[in-house]
Design a protein around this ligand. Structure first.
Ligand code: FRU
Length: 504
């Protein structure tokens, strides 16, 4: 740094310094969304409008742990490069602004339009109201509106709030969408303790009537949060789709596949089957975009962190990242429908020089001829009988993140116990292993791995199974290795690209 710059920097107020661009801090993801500073949790109000993908999110403008919840805001034209914008909807002296969604009110059903040509964007969110701050657990949650008449860039809270109040303590996370056949707005919300998703409908977003309840069903071990109901296209069957109901339940997520008749969700997922969009420890509160252009596959974004330890992860001056935006399709195996997820294609624009292996036999541990902590890797392995094989990332000496496959158990796992710092929270160290059942396809395991400093997302077998996990490795630990414990495995192809940063 030049002396003049040192002098100038010395004079800068701290807050300005903290806002300097960079994205070069230890553990800072380079192609995942993170706020420049402070705490973030759920994605909110995902909506596409006039060429912009809006991303709102649960944000604490005052600090790096949960609190003062407001809606942070960013936009993108490609779901890869993001531009930060000022806080969109801020907490006020009565309400914190909890999770919710955003719709494009093309026909001005809400009447919020003030001038011809304006298209109201309407945010529907949960107000979290603490009446007496000495009793933080004595609260009320109900549903509120805010609207924007400048394409999502500035917001006004509706003076008629709340628009839906059951006088309940826990009642939150409205996801609203326009239902074409009934020409109504449909809202999915949760009663977290009861494990119920409630559906309400409205003609104008301001007055709501109860339609039906879904649940308890599937996994009811933890409280339910952040529901989403959407139509997902069936892979390879142009024009065909099914309805998918998604919800978070602490500390993971699940989904159900079926139909929606305008009143009820009719579940077709067998009662003994639990389907998860992600089997890793760090994927929560995922929701999808509203108002995508016709023919655009649905796009899911989740919070790549966990309520178990999220507030103590060793990142500064921000905490939490979002998963990559993921395109969704459905496929049927036997009698069960399941989601296929893949990172949005536009991400490939960040690829650097390809480094490749073809038909590489594996025995023991073998070093791949590329290094890096910001990489994309596509690999196809043919494991031998009774083997445990896979890939180690952030490898250096005995340290690494293991993405392994146990042939006997047909299980794909992530082991982050030796992948870096786990000391900041006992729960993080305890949740070091995540596994999911992944049958081989024609004897092959196909992995698509996106590794970005402190996040790894593993898509197996065309995204039928996904695992997302955080890790906090030494920046110098950047080796990539393949392994086959018993030997005899074959890597038919391994393609690795270093990825350029999406942040300037
Ligand atoms: C889920 C959640 C939501 C709530 C928000 C508060 O992570 O607990 O249910 O609206 O976070 O920040």
């Amino acid at each position: 740094m030049k002396p003049l710059m040192v002098l100038l920097t010395g004079l800068m107020p701290f807050t300005l310094l903290a806002q300097q661009p960079g994205y070069k801090e230890p553990y800072r993801p380079q192609f995942h969304f993170t706020p420049r500073q402070n705490w973030m949790n759920d994605p909110n109000g995902l909506v596409y409008h006039k060429g912009e993908y809006h991303l709102f999110y649960q944000y604490n403008p005052m600090g790096n742990t949960w609190g003062h919840m407001s809606w942070g805001h960013a936009v993108s034209s490609d779901l890869v490069h993001w531009q930060h914008l000022p806080v969109a909807i801020a907490e006020d002296d009565k309400n914190m602004i909890f999770s919710g969604s955003c719709v494009v009110d093309k026909n001005n059903t809400s009447g919020f339009r003030k001038k011809a040509g304006q298209i109201p964007l309407v945010a529907i969110y949960t107000a979290h109201i603490i009446r007496d701050t000495s009793k933080r657990d004595d609260y009320l949650q109900n549903q509120h509106l805010a609207y924007s008449l400048d394409d999502g860039h500035s917001w006004t809270k509706y003076e008629g709030n709340p628009v839906l109040d059951l006088n309940k303590k826990d009642f939150r996370d409205p996801k609203v969408f326009w239902h074409v056949p009934t020409k109504k707005w449909i809202m999915a919300t949760v009663l977290p303790q009861e494990h119920i998703v409630q559906f309400h409908s409205s003609a104008d977003l301001k007055s709501w009537s109860h339609l039906s309840d879904f649940g308890p069903a599937g996994d009811t071990n933890g409280i339910w949060e952040c529901p989403d109901l959407l139509q997902v296209p069936i892979a390879g069957q142009a024009g065909k789709s099914k309805w998918v109901l998604i919800n978070s339940q602490q500390y993971t997520m699940q989904y159900f596949v079926g139909e929606f008749d305008g009143t009820r969700f009719l579940n077709e997922t067998p009662a003994d089957t639990i389907l998860r969009p992600d089997y890793g420890p760090d994927f929560y509160a995922g929701i999808t975009y509203n108002n995508l252009p016709a023919g655009h596959d649905p796009v899911l974004i989740g919070w790549a962190n966990s309520w178990k330890y999220g507030e103590s992860i060793p990142t500064s001056p921000w905490r939490s990242a979002f998963s990559l935006p993921r395109s969704l399709q459905l496929k049927k195996t036997g009698n069960t429908w399941s989601l296929l997820q893949e990172p949005v294609r536009k991400l490939q624009a960040l690829r650097g020089q390809l480094i490749e292996w073809k038909n590489q036999p594996l025995s023991g541990q073998m070093v791949f001829p590329a290094k890096g902590q910001v990489i994309e890797l596509e690999a196809e392995l043919v494991p031998a009988k009774n083997d445990i094989c896979g890939i180690r990332l952030a490898a250096d000496g005995g340290r690494s993140l293991v993405i392994g496959y146990d042939v006997d158990l047909q299980r794909l796992y992530i082991d982050r116990s030796k992948a870096g710092d786990t000391s900041f929270n006992k729960q993080f160290a305890a949740v070091h292993y995540a596994a999911a059942r992944v049958p081989l396809q024609d004897g092959r395991l196909r992995l698509h791995i996106l590794f970005d400093k402190s996040i790894v997302e593993v898509f197996a077998n065309e995204g039928a199974t996904v695992l997302t996990a955080q890790l906090f490795p030494d920046p110098a630990a950047n080796g990539i290795q393949f392994f086959s414990e018993k030997g005899g495995a074959l890597v038919t192809t391994a393609k690795c690209w270093p990825l350029r940063s999406a942040w300037k």
